[in-house]
Design a protein around this ligand. Sequence first.
Ligand SMILES: *[C@@H]1O[C@H](CO)[C@@H](O)[C@H](O)[C@H]1NC(C)=O
Ligand SMILES: *[C@@H]1O[C@H](CO)[C@@H](O)[C@H](O)[C@H]1NC(C)=O
Ligand SMILES: *[C@@H]1O[C@H](CO)[C@@H](O)[C@H](O)[C@H]1NC(C)=O
Ligand SMILES: *[C@@H]1O[C@H](CO)[C@@H](O)[C@H](O)[C@H]1NC(C)=O
Ligand SMILES: *[C@@H]1O[C@H](CO)[C@@H](O)[C@H](O)[C@H]1NC(C)=O
Length: 308
Amino acid sequence: MLTITFLALTISFTVVSGASNSDKVHQTPPEMVVAIESRAMAPLKCSHSIQDYNRILWYKQKRNDKQLQFLGYILLEDAKPEKGMAISGSAEKDQIAMLTIQNISMESSAVYFCAASIHNAEPAFFGKGTKLTVLEPLCNISPPTVVVLPPSEKECRDRKKQLKKTLVCVASGFYPDHVGVSWTVNGQSVTKGVASDHPALRVGDKYQITSRLRVEAREWYTEGTIFTCNVSFFNGTDTFNTSAEVYGSGDVNGTQTDAMTREEFVKVTQTAKLSYIVMIVKNIVYGVFVTILAWKLGIGRSHATAKK
Ligand SMILES: *[C@@H]1O[C@H](CO)[C@@H](O)[C@H](O)[C@H]1NC(C)=O
Ligand SMILES: *[C@@H]1O[C@H](CO)[C@@H](O)[C@H](O)[C@H]1NC(C)=O
Ligand SMILES: *[C@@H]1O[C@H](CO)[C@@H](O)[C@H](O)[C@H]1NC(C)=O
Ligand SMILES: *[C@@H]1O[C@H](CO)[C@@H](O)[C@H](O)[C@H]1NC(C)=O
Ligand SMILES: *[C@@H]1O[C@H](CO)[C@@H](O)[C@H](O)[C@H]1NC(C)=O
């Protein structure tokens, strides 16, 4: 019977998420980071505001795993937890149901979902989950470093076929893996054309995440357009944002400035100024040299003419 419930729930999770009732199941906190030494942890909370629903089920979804592991349920105030779990509270509308993981281990790192239901046959509605990370010993909490890379030169030059440009945001060096990436163009939030890694990539004892933003070529070529990548990071107590940006290139012909950030552009402009000065100085020196040469030759010729 549990298997059937599980299947039904897995299906409804796919089918129903997005339905209005999904917004009626609330889970707190959204994120949690605990030290392995702590052993005990604060309970995960779940409440719903769906009339007549009286059962709350708990599930665990491990990283890189699509399967949900059943952790137990509570019907009204009657809890039926699986081994290693403690369930309490009430499953009634506007009440709070709680899940406590008894013995924290590295295996406890996962996203925990609650679902509100009424009978096995009814659809269940899932909350948004609580992402829990049990800190690995010796891994230090570290916020991300964010950079935005402008469209690659190759893509820029291929302008007949490429009507779109891809900007890449790379957030690296963070631990634990509790980040969110979002983009803004001139301060306006954008979601269209955004593709982010899921999950983040493990690099040594840190994580890295990449997000791509595809924009219309003309948007990229609008000088002064600001493309910002915002990365929010949860360090166990606070969530804060780190952002990086690039400016649209005003040059439609895909020359050098295309693949540059503003800093680089300023640097190059300064280098260009310097080269220009050097060139002028060179020209003056050369001009003086030529004048002297011409003058000498002129004298020579006038001598020759005089001899004739
Ligand atoms: C939790 O840990 C304690 C002490 O290490 C142990 O006695 C208990 O059996 C463990 N419980 C579970 C459910 O693993
Ligand atoms: C992006 O970051 C900037 C600078 O930190 C901030 O002002 C802005 O509110 C952020 N935008 C979003 C949508 O998070
Ligand atoms: C998390 O960030 C806040 C604010 O920047 C800081 O006060 C706190 O000490 C940080 N916590 C950890 C565990 O690094
Ligand atoms: C941080 O970023 C998130 C998502 O991008 C946004 O909702 C929030 O307003 C930002 N906070 C600040 C202080 O910029
Ligand atoms: C781009 O190139 C075309 C022809 O090569 C030229 O006419 C045009 O002025 C250039 N535009 C810019 C912004 O450099």
